[in-house]
Unconditional design. Structure first.
Length: 431
């Protein structure tokens, strides 16, 4: 290998030649030369794409997990120490465990994004001669070659940990591969900067994550509830982080998710780390998920048919000028807010404990008609409503939910025997 110096951006053929890449008259000749070099040195040949970016030589290829475990060296900083003296940031053991569990739980259905590796000197690379900005090539990697990690140390640590777990099992896990971008960079300070630059990604809005991550049972039932509800379908913003004041959408998907968390767990603020285990307990099978979806859609149907302003909104088009009536409704009604959804979910959790479908249906009619959902109603003042502000915190929301339950004559049921499975009620039983 030869050292590399940073150069101003220039034509790729000149750049490749100056870095000492061996050029051949054809791709076949480049492959033959690389194979011959690997045979002579005891190395291995990897097909790659060679290009320049930001004045530096880069390669992209794929490595098997078994190869990575042998050839990638992690130099993690010690917590409380000086991170500038190490190549990588301190290892987050919890993050490694989380990725390892993901790999174990989804062995036949997982994805790991590419890692970015660093090598201090240019390896032996054979490419065809030509006026190419990027080119296919062949890199020869010897047993002595070691890569450091620019981005992806926790993924690589999880791969190694999972590999140890399945070492004695009949699995092909370590034969799987991952894409790798290789940067030729000798300067540790620049490696640190590369890591910082790679970390400048925009966080996925919670609603978009809920829409896409249907591996989580909670999100799977959530999207089916939205698609099956006359009120929600076409009126939920599934991509934004916050709802615009003038948006014709009635809720963010993440706000509906809060109601569903109340229905399932009696806690809209349950931590994301706790959700997988709780979901497994409550809706861990397809049958349980289908049953929950059916009961929730039955509840939504009764509420939508009887509750102001949901009844009116369900009759509106989902776009166009008429749909903008939603903006006015949102200003005047508690049940058009995330807090209102949480209250409905919290009360419905108690209603769902009763095994009698007709009784549950009647209570949902009462929830829709006996409660004054206008913001200026007396029952909300001093709890979730203060002046023109609505509270989004737990304590005021619980206080308001208790007021709703008192109005409906509901008291939390303390079950002393296992509850029977609850069948969805028919819409006729709500009449």
């Amino acid at each position: 290998m030869c050292p590399v110096k940073h150069r101003p951006q220039q034509g790729a053929p000149v750049f490749f030649a100056e870095l000492g890449l061996t050029q051949h008259d054809s791709l076949t000749a480049a492959q033959a030369a690389a194979s011959e070099a690997a045979t002579a040195s005891g190395g291995r040949v990897f097909t790659c794409v060679v290009f320049q970016q930001g004045g530096r030589l880069m390669l992209t290829t794929a490595f098997s997990y078994a190869f990575l475990v042998k050839h990638v060296v992690s130099d993690a900083a010690v917590k409380g120490g000086n991170p500038r003296t190490a190549t990588n940031r301190p290892i987050d053991a919890g993050h490694v465990r989380s990725i390892t569990k993901y790999l174990a739980d989804n062995e036949k259905d997982y994805i790991l994004p590419a890692v970015t590796l660093n090598v201090r000197a240019v390896p032996a690379i054979h490419i065809p001669r030509g006026n190419f900005a990027m080119t296919a090539g062949f890199v020869v990697i010897g047993d002595e070659t070691r890569f450091s990690v620019t981005d992806g140390q926790h993924r690589l640590a999880a791969i190694g940990k999972r590999g140890e777990e399945v070492a004695d099992g009949n699995t092909s896990f370590m034969s799987d591969s991952i894409s790798a971008v290789i940067v030729v960079e000798p300067d540790v300070a620049r490696i640190h900067q590369d890591f910082a630059d790679a970390a400048q990604t925009k966080q996925i809005p919670a609603s978009l994550l809920a829409a896409y991550n249907t591996r989580e049972p909670l999100n799977r039932v959530l999207t089916k509830i939205v698609d099956g509800s006359d009120l929600f379908k076409g009126r939920i913003d599934e991509t934004s982080k916050s709802l615009s004041k003038f948006s014709p959408a009635i809720f963010l998907l993440n706000q509906v998710r809060g109601m569903v968390k109340e229905l399932l767990f009696h806690d809209y603020a349950l931590s994301e780390a706790s959700i997988p285990a709780r979901s497994l307990q409550v809706i861990g099978t397809t049958d349980k998920q289908d049953g929950f979806i059916a009961r929730t859609l039955a509840m939504m149907s009764v509420l939508t048919e009887n509750m102001t302003p949901w009844r009116s909104i369900a009759m509106l088009p989902t776009s166009g000028g008429v749909a903008n009536q939603v903006v006015d409704y949102r200003r005047h009604y508690v049940n058009m807010t995330a807090t209102g959804l949480v209250i409905i979910g919290h009360v419905a959790y108690e209603i769902e404990k009763n095994p009698n479908p007709a009784w549950r249906a009647a209570k949902y009619v009462e929830l829709a008609t006996k409660i004054d959902w206008r913001r200026d109603a007396d029952m909300w003042q001093g709890s979730i409503i203060n002046g023109d502000k609505i509270s989004t915190t737990r304590a005021p929301g619980r206080q308001a939910a208790r007021a709703v339950m008192d109005t409906l004559g509901l008291a939390p049921m303390e079950a002393t025997i296992p509850m029977p499975s609850l069948e969805p009620f028919s819409q006729q039983s709500a009449v």
